[in-house]
Design a protein around this ligand. Sequence first.
Ligand SMILES: *[C@@H]1O[C@H](CO)[C@@H](O)[C@H](O)[C@H]1NC(C)=O
Ligand SMILES: *[C@@H]1O[C@H](CO)[C@@H](O)[C@H](O)[C@H]1NC(C)=O
Ligand SMILES: *[C@@H]1O[C@H](CO)[C@@H](O)[C@H](O)[C@H]1NC(C)=O
Ligand SMILES: *[C@@H]1O[C@H](CO)[C@@H](O)[C@H](O)[C@H]1NC(C)=O
Ligand SMILES: *[C@@H]1O[C@H](CO)[C@@H](O)[C@H](O)[C@H]1NC(C)=O
Ligand SMILES: *[C@@H]1O[C@H](CO)[C@@H](O)[C@H](O)[C@H]1NC(C)=O
Length: 278
Amino acid sequence: MVIPMAAVSCMLAFLLSCLISRASAQVTHSYCDNKEGNYTINSTYYNNLNTLLSKLSSHTEINYGFYNFSYGQNNDKVNAIGLCRGDVEPDECRRCLNDSAATITQLCPNQKEAYLWLKTNECQLSYSPRSIFGVVESFHWFSMKNSHNVTEPDKFNKALSNLMKNLTVVAASGDSRRKYATDSVDASTLQTIYGLVQCTPDLSETDCNRCLDGAIYEISSCCANKKGVRVVRPSCNIRFETYSFYGQTTKLDPDVIPPSPSSPSSFNNIPAKGTCYC
Ligand SMILES: *[C@@H]1O[C@H](CO)[C@@H](O)[C@H](O)[C@H]1NC(C)=O
Ligand SMILES: *[C@@H]1O[C@H](CO)[C@@H](O)[C@H](O)[C@H]1NC(C)=O
Ligand SMILES: *[C@@H]1O[C@H](CO)[C@@H](O)[C@H](O)[C@H]1NC(C)=O
Ligand SMILES: *[C@@H]1O[C@H](CO)[C@@H](O)[C@H](O)[C@H]1NC(C)=O
Ligand SMILES: *[C@@H]1O[C@H](CO)[C@@H](O)[C@H](O)[C@H]1NC(C)=O
Ligand SMILES: *[C@@H]1O[C@H](CO)[C@@H](O)[C@H](O)[C@H]1NC(C)=O
């Protein structure tokens, strides 16, 4: 649920629209993008999209929280990506994506490209007619922050920076099923920082690193010295809090070890337009 927000403008590295809300854990965030065009009801694209979205959560063979599927031909082909947080069980993940499929077509009724984070980022869903697999998407993003300031910023930021660097290395080196890492660190005797980072696992190690580095860099411009921050991009997201917010990472089948994607990458690095929930 998006809380009605007062819009203020922020000057950051680029012009952001900065929406102020209470730091709610349950923000649904969407972008409807018509730069790839619009579709009409009952068109081929419409039918392909609905077929693809209705089938996404029927893939019970997937137990690692990443769904990348296409449907249709030529200009009417739809590519979709669904991603669940690494602690979301497969059934819950499919339920989240199924709910997302119903919601996204209501929020974005005719845009060929759309992004949705349902209840922030237990799962995310996006689709486009263009090729989106293995591509770093950094255009559509948003951030959220806890309004409370940290008490010892120097200590806190040093520990946070180390934690995020370590998590980035672990996540980026994940295989093509999952690129996800969580951990905690004591910033002082009184304060523990809990961190989470995740990339869509179709990214190469290098691209996952780049995406996460960019997201981590955002912390200092949007949310310096805050006790909790999320930076959410279509291809990667980061979060830290001073309380534990993630569950146990779901198990992957140890017998199957697919390689990490290594294809040449394209980096969709148009200066970002973002939204911050302050
Ligand atoms: C898509 O529709 C919007 C209005 O809903 C319109 O402003 C825009 O020009 C359309 N874009 C294309 C590429 O047709
Ligand atoms: C779409 O197709 C359905 C079933 O053929 C029909 O009932 C409906 O009126 C059509 N809608 C539009 C907007 O063309
Ligand atoms: C998916 O959502 C539709 C409604 O949008 C519902 O009818 C269906 O039962 C759901 N399927 C699952 C597996 O949750
Ligand atoms: C946090 O710090 C900022 C900048 O130093 C200050 O403007 C703001 O009032 C502080 N917020 C709280 C809740 O203490
Ligand atoms: C990061 O990793 C290094 C090397 O493994 C380790 O010594 C250090 O304690 C870690 N730091 C954090 C904050 O996790
Ligand atoms: C979908 O993702 C899997 C796992 O990351 C990967 O092995 C596969 O090649 C991807 N499929 C497409 C069409 O990119």
